[in-house]
Every structure is written in C-alpha cells, then in structure tokens.
Design a protein around this ligand. Structure first.
Ligand code: CUK
Ligand code: CUA
Length: 646
C-alpha cells in the first residue's frame, strides 16, 4: 500500500509499510525532512536539481575522458556524471574481451613496438573528429605518452579500431589534436631523443643528435583509419615539445606547439650540477613553435622530406628555408596552447608565470610577412619578438595550465594548478571575470565542445589531480576528482564531485549527445575491429567443426539459450580456433564466451563474429559457457571442451 503527498511542488513517495517509528502505519518524509536529515542546504538542493537525471531520461552531453595510466577511455554523461562505458584502447579490457579474443588482439598488436608487447599506456588527450571545426561525433583519437602511440576509436560502436606507433619518437605528449576537417591528427614529441630507431648517442651530443618534432597523421575518413604512408613529421630542435593545437578560421593551415626546457639541459650525476628541473627552468622564456602544416604537406608531396625509419620527415633547414617554421618566446615552462574559437588568438599558459599570454595570429602573420624577427635560435629558426606577437597578457593567478572557451564571445576559462581555482576571463579585453575554488590542484578543464569553433558553454568539468578529503577514504591511493561546474550564469557554481578511479584523466572532451549516432547491432557476421565480414561467420544451421592435422576450427553460433556446438573434441597439443557469431537481433542481447582455464574471453554483441584461439595443451574436461546473464536459461548456455590424451 502506498500513499502520495504533494508538498511544495515536489512529489513525495511514502513507501512505508508500518516500518516507521513507534509502529505507525505510514511515514512520509517531506523535502524539508530530507534536507534536515542529510544536512543539505538550499544551495545543495539547487545543485542536485541541476545534475539529477531521472530514470529513463538521458544526459545532454557525453564526455570522453582519458583514462590516464589505465590506457583506456572513460565515457560519462553530463550533467549526471554517470559512467557509461570504459573503452579498451592501449590495454586489455576483460569485459569487452579486448585483448582476450583474436580480433581485438590484432588491434593491440598494431601497438607492439620492436616486436614487444606493451600492456600499458599513458593516455592524455582525447580529440573528437571535426567537420568545419565543429565536433561531428564520428571518431575519437587519443595518444599514449609513454609509448608514442595514437589510437582511432569509431564512435559508431565505441570500439578501438587502430593503433599507430610513432616511427621517430620515444615519447610524445602534444596529441591528439585534429585539424578543422580532421585531415590530420597532430602529435608532438615530448622528451627529445635520436629520431633514428635504436641509435645510441651519448648525452654529450644532445644538441646535435637529439631531436623533437611534430607529426601530422593523415586521417582517411572514408576508411576510418590513419594512413601512415601519407603521414609526415616536421623535425624540431631538442626542446621538449608539449601541448599543441591546430589553427582554425583565419589560422587554419597552421599549428602551434609549446615547449619547455629550451635550455636543452640534461641532468647528470656529477657533483655540483643542478637537478633537471632547475636546469630546465633557468631561462625566462621557452618557445611557441608556429608551423604552416598545409605548406609542409605540400613540401613533403614535392619530395622535400627525408626518410627516417621509412617515415617522411621535413628537416629543420628545409622548413626554415621554405618559411614554414617560426618560434615565439613564451613565459616560463608553458603548458597549454589553446586556439580561440574564432581562430584569431592562441592562449598560452606558463606554469611558472601568473599570466596567460594571448598571441595574435594576425600580428604573427604581419611579422612573418615583414620578415621582422628578433633573432634566430641555435638551429637557425627565426624568432618573432614576443611584443610583436602578443595581443595581451592577463594576470590570472598561480600555475595557469589549460584554457577552454564559452559560447559567450571572448569568454575563456583557465585552470590554475597552484591556486586550485578556475578563472573565468575575457581574452579580447584581457580582464578577469570570476574565480571558483576546486579540490584540488586542477590540471585540464573542459567546457562543452570547448575547443571547437562553436563551444556550447553550459557546463565545465574541472579535472583535479588531488581529491585529498573529498571522498570516503580508500587507502593511500585516492581517486581523482572530476568536479562539475555550472557556467551558464555570471558566477560559476560548483555542482558535483565525481571520483574517477581508473587513472589520471589529463584531458576530457565533451560533445552534445544528440550528435552521436551509435548502432545497436552489427550486420550479421561482422568483425567489429575491421568493419569487414568475418571469414569465420556462419548462419544458423551451418555450424561445423573442421579438423586438419592438429588444427581444429569451430564455426559456431550463439543465440538464447544455446551455444552451437555443444562439445568440442581435441587431443592434447591441438590448436583450437573458435569462431562465434551472435545471431541475436534484439537490442542489448550480448553473449560472452569463455573456456575454463584457457585465459580467453569474448564479448559477442548482436551480429558480431569473434574468434578465440588457444592451444589445448592440458588433458582434461573444460566447460565453456556464456558469461552474460542473457536469459532465464543463461546458465544452461554451456558446453564442454574435451581434451583427450594423444
Ligand atoms: S597534460 Cu596532464 S594536466 Cu598531459 Cu595535457 Cu596538462
Ligand atoms: Cu548467453 Cu548467457
């Protein structure tokens, strides 16, 4: 029996069945009662109302968060902050069978380096594909800083389709950033090293033999894959290149890359040498690299590149001679480089400077056209004077890092790492508008579509490195804190704390949910990792097992509540390959598949065909079964692998 009461416009459910105090028959808690019991303020109530998404309703935006050291991507809804999916990218993800079935193993294998399997990744910057500078919701890219790699995720099924290994770097950080039509995905090196693979040069030859660079990965949208053969790099001095961004609007065709440690300092063990971090921040400025990538692509097409490890690299001297590479001083240990939505300015934050520096693309172009350079760097690259390129500098606070933009003209948000704040400011007029404290040590921040030509504003998420006291303690390793902030009004309002326990998120991108159109099933017999028909697919009634020598191949199917075949017979030492097609048409009817003790798992969504493979190297009887509770007869969805002695 239930009673409903309507009080102050809120529908209250009194679901007591005589369990209330003193054995009263019914108890109804009013809104005021709940606020009092839980110690909530009116402000809390307002925040809750702004984030709460009732059952059956959906979020306005989807966020794609870097999973940091997990090597994965986390998808969550905004404003509810409900986690919707983990996408296995550089590391295995057991639920999805990523790294446990042959088709996904083939993707992970693309990311092996020098024949070596790499089972972890350090993901930093996701990027959504763009058309005319607007998020189009088709693809997602993300980089791996530790092992210089880049991954392509198709947003039709949220699966990783491709991993490319950078052919010339040993680490990278300034990726992934896309050009306005996703012609190229930008990836800049981080720590300088010899570009030739497996070449050793001593640190004494750092200035001569070590190099950095920016790579422009050519993206073939029709294939949905990067084409390494049409990709190229621009060689750069051994400055630690950092975050990058592509120009847009008037600055389309250009890209901008920060750097730190232009001192080219390398640490050592001799007494009296300053430590690395001190030697690397001795100078007052580092360099913003300004590159005309459109012209660089033409030069590469005209044969002006040299091949390093089979990859086209435009040498520094060619880039200088052809007038496509310039430097501009930027204040101390720069981090973020963010192009404004109108493409007119580049916002640079120096971690050790309290200002953000706003560079004018128009002024940069004027200096280049006039040949007005203040000097050359040791590699002969023309240096544009800071004063000749600056639009304005704004004092924001301690440790400015990254900048995002609002739908409102000229409004930007910059993270202040040391101050643990977000600053809202106007980049046209150069004035601070508002500040809000976050918990604690914010790195990146994201506004909705906030790095595109048409930011949506509305919400901001602060990605905080430390959570310290924000959540229930779970031991010395704390989750990170994604804090949702309402930016629709003049004053920012903190709405919600979400712990994120998968890894350090670095960057997140958020897109209007209505732009995403993922499928609910595959065309029957599809290999989801190649998007092509799977050669092992069969229709109902065509299931079979073939044995050739010591190779057993099973062409099987899955449908509620049956695995065909019900038994697989093998002899010790046989190689067993099992192709499984999910014949379901119904939405969300995924079957899983595993064989006891053979360390294999597949997630077979409707229509998908997946292969698992192993060597039946142990005599015995091994049940196999469906791992998803898919029907009332799910537990009966099983069979036996019979491994007989030879
Ligand atoms: S980085 Cu981590 S907070 Cu990799 Cu973009 Cu700035
Ligand atoms: Cu299929 Cu359980």
């Amino acid at each position: 029996m239930r009673t409903f009461a309507i009080k102050s416009g809120v529908l209250l459910l009194a679901a007591g069945l005589g369990l209330g105090a003193a054995g009263s028959a019914f108890s109804a808690e009013s809104l005021q009662d709940v606020l009092k019991r839980r110690g909530l303020s009116q402000q809390d109530l307002l925040a809750a109302a702004k984030t709460y998404v009732p059952t059956g309703k959906r979020d306005e935006f989807l966020a794609f968060s870097s999973g940091g050291q997990s090597g994965q991507v986390i998808v969550y809804g905004i404003p509810s902050m409900r986690i919707l999916k983990y996408i296995g990218v550089f590391t295995p993800e057991p639920w999805q069978g990523y790294g446990f079935d042959e088709n996904s193993k083939a993707v992970l294998k693309q990311g092996w380096i020098d024949g070596k399997e790499i089972t972890w990744g350090d993901t930093h910057h996701p990027a959504i594909s763009e058309t005319n500078g607007q998020y189009d919701g088709q693809f997602l890219f993300i980089n791996d800083k530790a092992n210089p790699r880049l991954a392509v995720i198709d947003l039709r099924d949220f699966e990783t389709k491709q991993i490319v290994v950078n052919p010339i770097y040993k680490s990278e950080h300034g990726g992934a950033f896309v050009t306005p039509n996703t012609d190229y995905v930008i990836e800049a090196a981080q720590y300088a090293a010899p570009l030739e693979n497996k070449k050793f040069f001593p640190l004494e030859e750092f200035n001569e033999k070590y190099r950095g660079g920016v790579t422009y990965w050519k993206f073939d949208r029709k294939e949905g894959r990067i084409d390494p053969k049409k990709s190229f790099s621009v060689e750069l001095p051994p400055y630690s290149q950092d975050l990058s961004d592509a120009g847009k609007g008037p600055s389309d065709g250009w890209s901008f890359t920060n750097s730190f440690c232009t001192e080219r300092y390398v640490g050592g063990i001799e007494k009296g040498r300053p430590p690395y971090e001190a030697g690397c921040s001795a100078k007052d400025t580092d360099y913003l690299h300004v590159i005309n990538w459109k012209k660089a692509a033409e030069l590469v097409a005209a044969g002006k590149a040299k091949k390093i490890n089979g990859h086209d690299v435009l040498p520094i001297d060619v880039a200088v001679k052809e007038g496509i590479l310039f430097l501009i001083p930027e204040p101390k240990s720069p981090h973020g480089a963010d192009v404004t939505p109108d493409g007119k300015f580049i916002v640079v934050s120096g971690k050790l400077d309290t200002h953000v520096s706003v560079y004018s693309f128009e002024k940069i172009q004027a200096a280049i056209k006039a040949g007005k350079f203040e000097s050359k760097d040791p590699y002969g690259i023309p240096v544009i004077g800071m004063k000749d390129a600056l639009h304005t500098q704004v004092q924001l606070g301690l440790g400015p890092l990254h900048t995002q933009f609002d739908a409102k003209t000229c409004v930007a948000y910059t993270s202040l790492y040391v101050d643990s704040q977000v600053a809202k400011w106007n980049f046209c007029e150069g004035k601070v508008l508002d500040k809000i404290s976050v918990h604690y040590n914010i790195g990146h921040l994201v506004t909705m579509e906030g790095d595109s030509v048409a930011p949506k504003g509305r919400y901001l998420v602060a990605l905080n490195k430390l959570s310290i006291d924000r959540f229930n303690p779970v031991g010395p390793l704390h989750p990170q804190n994604h804090q949702l902030i309402d930016i629709a009004n003049d004053k920012m309002q903190l709405l919600y704390d979400m712990p994120l326990p998968l890894g350090e998120p670095h960057y997140v991108v958020a897109i209007e949910a209505s732009k995403l159109k993922p499928g609910v099933r595959y065309k029957v017999g599809t290999d989801s990792r190649t998007d092509k028909p799977h050669p092992g697919a069969v229709r109902a009634g065509e299931e079979r097992t073939e044995k050739k020598g010591n190779k057993i191949t099973v062409y099987g199917t899955l449908i509620r509540s049956h695995i065909t075949p019900e038994t697989i017979e093998a002899e010790v030492g046989d190689e067993v390959t099992i192709h499984l097609t999910n014949l379901e048409r119904a939405q969300d009817e995924t079957h899983g598949f595993t064989v006891s003790t053979y360390n294999t798992h597949a997630s077979v969504e409707p229509g998908k065909t997946v292969t698992v493979k192993f060597k039946a190297d142990k005599e015995g009887v091994y049940p196999y079964y469906c791992t998803e509770f898919c029907s009332a007869l799910h537990l009966e969805m099983q069979g036996y692998l019979l491994v007989k002695p030879k």
